[in-house]
Design a protein around this ligand. Structure first.
Ligand code: HPA
Length: 278
């Protein structure tokens, strides 16, 4: 029988964090595989390892560190998740999205999410950065919506609207920032699957037909939880590999981490620029 996370559990964690920090974070950042660099540039950082927090899930994936970094970026108070939790690690959807609940209770009003993703759009190449304009909740369609279970009425409604998962004003700011940095910013729909196996050629043909431009194993649950609480969301996919629709090449975690090195500076420039503008 699945147990669900209560508001009291969320608040216990938020309180423990609040006691260790002197700023009020306004923007939450979740950094994806190989994209952790930005957390190291946070100024006046306070580091809180996930395993110091009660009932907090710990990231088990190679390339993920596993701590909150709280401080300032571009003068804005931020809380950065250096290492995210994925459903495929064996956690419940409630645990996967607990960090976003905690951020919300800490007063965070906006969530910026980055991830590594496979490029489904034929025009995308490894190293590209895609602004996520919408998402395909394939996990939810398979019965894995993070809002299942008792609704936390204090946070949001039972049936939250999802007509604008990614904030349009933030998307516009991101486009302008990318242009002023001479960075090509792709755009499209991110499809969230549970993983951990990569997609078969038939999966990928299905995703392309369904309108996906990129595919990955995260982000969608976190953004649903953010929107449930009325947080504004902004997301970027670093395209680490090309989807292999005909089965002629293989996909590895190592290439995902390697591509992150090219992608990180681009995402960093855009995220910094958006932080300056909001
Ligand atoms: N598929 C799913 N997740 C991913 C991929 C992919 O090809 N690349 C990086 N994360």
């Amino acid at each position: 029988m699945q147990t669900y996370i209560s508001l009291a559990q969320i608040d216990e964690i938020a309180e423990k964090i609040r006691k260790q920090i002197s700023i009020q974070p306004a923007v939450g950042l979740i950094l994806g595989s190989g994209l952790n660099g930005l957390a190291d540039s946070v100024q006046n950082p306070v580091h809180i390892p996930y395993n110091d927090l009660p009932n907090f899930p710990v990231s088990t994936v190679h390339g993920h560190v596993g701590r909150f970094v709280i401080g300032e970026l571009e003068g804005k108070p931020v809380i950065v998740m250096q290492g995210r939790i994925h459903y495929y690690e064996g956690y419940t959807m409630g645990e996967v999205t607990l960090p976003v609940r905690v951020m919300h209770r800490l007063g965070v009003h906006s969530l910026f999410v980055t991830n590594a993703a496979g490029g489904v759009n034929a025009e995308f190449v490894p190293g590209d950065v895609m602004l996520i304009t919408d998402q395909l909740n394939l996990m939810g369609m398979s019965g894995l919506n993070p809002l299942m279970g008792p609704n936390l009425d204090e946070i949001g409604p039972r049936f939250p609207d999802m007509s604008q998962p990614y904030d349009r004003e933030y998307c516009d700011i991101a486009r302008k920032v990318a242009a002023s940095n001479n960075l090509t910013l792709r755009e499209g729909v991110y499809a969230g699957l549970s993983g951990p196996s990569f997609e078969s050629p038939a999966d990928l043909r299905f995703l392309r037909l369904a309108g996906a431009d990129a595919v990955g194993m995260s982000t969608v649950p976190e953004v649903i939880i953010a929107r449930h609480g009325g947080m504004r969301a902004l997301g970027f996919s670093g395209i680490s590999n090309k989807a292999n629709l005909d089965g002629s090449t293989i996909t590895t975690h190592e290439e995902v981490i390697e591509a992150g090195k090219v992608i990180t500076p681009k995402v960093e420039a855009i995220v910094r620029g958006v932080l300056r503008e909001i």
